[in-house]
Design a protein around this ligand. Structure first.
Ligand code: ZN
Length: 343
């Protein structure tokens, strides 16, 4: 992909001042966090709204509607920007729907290969094991406990791992049932309903901020990450994980890749586009590796997800469901775990 200089493609900086990205002098007119901050997300300047409320959004970087169609799936299109190669989905559901769908149905979905999870909380033990492994990514950066914010923390499984290691934890999550679970079932001390744009948190107050499987869901990841930068201490560490559309597995699977879930996965980053986003927001990428992107999954989950590849596979895999309670570690190397610090 190319990032030609002339019209200075860049993500919006947000309106929070301190975290001005590299090209702040050329601040795009799209950079307006104050337009619509808060849990319903922030709109794209230049988006086109249809009668049913669905929206056609421009490239996050270039602000233009110059799409190259990668493939069409029902009413949705996965496209790449003709100018910069950034991959995203159009149209988008109305903002109200994007907010509402994460409240309850997302966590107990009846169509999980396309949307959400069948029974998220039933796999608590597996998530705790996954995050216990993933938390080791911090060993090289923050070996001593400090203060961590997990954004979009769902039921709080990552924070539970960190809390047990002695960290001071804060969780942000827009789903009230998930906030309640984290508080009441896991006993986490500081769970807040909201997101980075709405939460009242002091600047430079966190050693670590994490976003696991979050930025692909955000309408304006640029605004959220700009705010994360402000909340980090000067020597703070940002950890994020998202799927890699340029991975070998994504290419192998084509449109059947399990991360193509068009209602919820609005963006499909690759190392270049994610690196560019972070650089323009004033982060330095320290590492980007699929090595810690694996998950501990149940055989139930496996049977369900292979159904996305072919319905017959789900039938063939169904005997796996009999291996109740058994699990396995799977890393398809199609997710990026990125560690970034302030540049
Ligand atoms: Zn672009």
């Amino acid at each position: 992909m190319s990032a030609t200089g002339g019209d200075a493609p860049r993500p919006a900086s947000g309106d929070h001042g301190a975290a001005a990205p590299a090209h702040a002098d050329n601040a795009s007119p799209r950079a307006r966090a104050d337009q619509n901050p808060g849990h319903k997300g922030a709109a794209h300047e230049g988006e086109r709204v249809a009668a049913d409320g669905r929206r056609e959004v421009p490239c996050l970087f270039c602000g233009v509607h110059e799409e190259q169609l990668r493939f069409r799936d029902g009413e949705f299109r996965v496209v790449s920007c003709a100018r910069c190669g950034h991959v995203y989905v159009n149209p988008r559901l109305p903002p109200e729907r994007l907010y509402e769908m994460y409240q309850e149905e997302y966590w107990s979905s009846e169509r999980a290969k396309d949307f959400g999870y069948t029974a998220y909380l039933a796999d608590a033990e597996l998530y705790l094991r996954t995050y216990s492994m993933r938390s080791a990514v911090l060993d090289n950066y923050k070996p001593q406990p400090g203060r961590v914010l997990d954004v979009g923390c769902a039921a709080g499984f990552f924070l539970k791992v960190m809390h047990d290691k002695g960290w001071d934890t804060v969780g942000l999550e827009i789903s009230q049932p998930m906030v309640d679970y984290a508080s009441n079932e896991l006993g986490l001390p500081d769970m807040r309903r909201g997101d980075l744009l709405s939460a009242d948190l002091p600047d430079k107050s966190f050693d670590v901020i994490t976003l696991w499987d979050v930025i692909e869901h955000l309408e304006r990841p640029d605004l959220h990450l700009a705010r994360a930068r402000e909340l980090l201490k000067d020597d703070g560490v940002l950890i994020l994980e998202t799927q890699d559309v340029s991975s070998r597995f994504a290419k192998l699977m084509g449109k059947r890749w399990q991360h193509y879930k068009h209602e919820e996965h609005l963006y499909h980053f690759h190392p270049e586009s994610l690196g560019r986003l972070l650089a323009e927001l004033g982060f330095e990428v320290r590492e980007n590796t699929p090595r810690r992107g694996g998950k501990v999954i149940s055989f139930d989950f496996l049977a369900e997800r292979v159904g996305k590849v072919h319905p017959l596979l789900s039938v063939l895999a169904s005997p796996l469901r009999l291996i109740g309670g058994k699990s396995l570690y799977v890393n398809l190397r199609d997710e990026m775990v990125v560690v970034a610090t302030k540049a």
